[in-house]
Design a protein. Structure first.
Length: 237
C-alpha cells in the first residue's frame, strides 16, 4: 500500500518493516530530541498519547540514558477515570515509561480529582501551562475512526478543540463513540511543539489516514500543518 499524502502538504513518512524496528527508532529519536533540548534550554518535554500502540516504544524509551530529571511528561489526552483504572493513560505511562532510567522524569497528568472532566479543566490547563513549552515533541496516535488525541468526529465541542485561535491548552470532551469523558490537549497546544509525530501501525490505519482529509477526520487538522514539522511513523501490525 502506498503512503497517502494530502494535496496541500506532504507529511514525511517513516516506514519500518516491523513494530519492533519502529519502536526502537522512535525511542532513539525522542531521546535525541530531548538531549538536544536539554542542552539548548535546560529542559525537555514530551506530550504522549495513550492506547495500545505506544506501549513497547515507551518501554524502549525508558531505557534511554539522558538527564531524565530535566524532562517533563504529559499526556495528549486522558480518560476521566482514576489513575489506577485499566483505561487510564496515566497508568499506562507510569507502567511503561516511568521506569528504568526514566523513573526520575516528572509527569503532569491530565486527570484531576474533580468528579467531572469539565470541572477539571482549570487545574489541567494550569498543569500544562507550567511545563517547559513548546514541547520538545508531541506524539499522536490515531483510532480507526480517525480520532487523534481525544478529538472525536462526533464530539459536540470538536470545533472548540480544533480552534487554532483558542487560548485553552486542554479542554474536556465527550467522545460519544468511545467510553469515558476525556481531557485533551487542544489543537493550538499540540502545535506548540518542536515537532509532531503521528505513530500508527497496520494497513487499516494507513488507509484511514489516506481518507482523513477527504472525509474531514480530526487528524486532518494535523496532516494539513507544515509548522511544526509533522512526520508519520508507520509499521505493519
Ligand atoms: O483513546 C485513545 O485512542 C488513541 C488510539 O489508541 P490505539 O489503542 O489505537 O493505539 C490514542 O492515541 C489516544 O491517546 C487514546 O486516548
Amino acid at each position: 500500500m502506498s503512503e497517502p499524502t494530502t494535496s496541500d502538504s506532504k507529511p514525511c513518512w517513516r516506514s519500518f518493516d516491523s513494530s519492533a524496528e519502529l519502536d526502537a527508532a522512535l525511542a532513539a529519536h525522542l531521546a535525541g530530541a530531548l538531549r538536544a533540548d536539554i542542552a539548548r534550554r535546560g529542559a525537555g518535554s514530551l506530550a504522549l498519547s495513550g492506547g495500545n500502540t505506544p506501549q513497547a516504544m515507551f518501554r524502549a524509551l525508558s531505557r534511554e540514558q539522558l538527564p531524565w530529571t530535566e524532562v517533563a511528561l504529559t499526556l495528549v489526552d486522558e480518560r476521566w477515570v482514576d489513575s489506577g483504572h485499566a483505561d487510564s493513560n496515566e497508568r499506562l505511562l507510569r507502567d511503561n515509561l516511568l521506569q528504568n532510567a526514566a523513573a526520575t522524569a516528572r509527569l503532569a497528568g491530565l486527570k484531576t480529582p474533580h468528579p467531572r472532566a469539565t470541572e477539571g479543566e482549570g487545574e489541567a490547563n494550569a498543569r500544562v501551562a507550567a511545563l517547559p513549552r513548546p514541547f520538545t515533541a508531541v506524539v499522536l496516535g490515531m483510532g480507526g475512526d480517525g480520532h487523534t488525541a481525544s478529538w472525536f468526529p462526533q464530539a459536540a465541542n470538536l470545533h472548540r478543540l480544533l480552534d487554532s485561535r483558542g487560548t485553552d491548552l486542554v479542554a474536556a470532551t465527550e467522545p460519544v463513540t468511545a467510553p469515558h469523558a476525556r481531557m485533551t490537549l487542544t489543537l493550538p497546544a499540540v502545535l506548540a511543539s518542536g515537532e509532531i509525530i503521528v505513530h500508527i501501525t497496520g494497513d487499516e490505519k494507513k488507509a484511514v489516514l489516506g481518507e482523513a482529509i477527504a472525509r474531514g477526520y480530526p487528524i486532518a487538522a494535523i496532516l494539513q500543518q507544515t509548522q511544526p514539522p509533522v512526520s508519520i511513523w508507520w509499521a505493519p501490525q
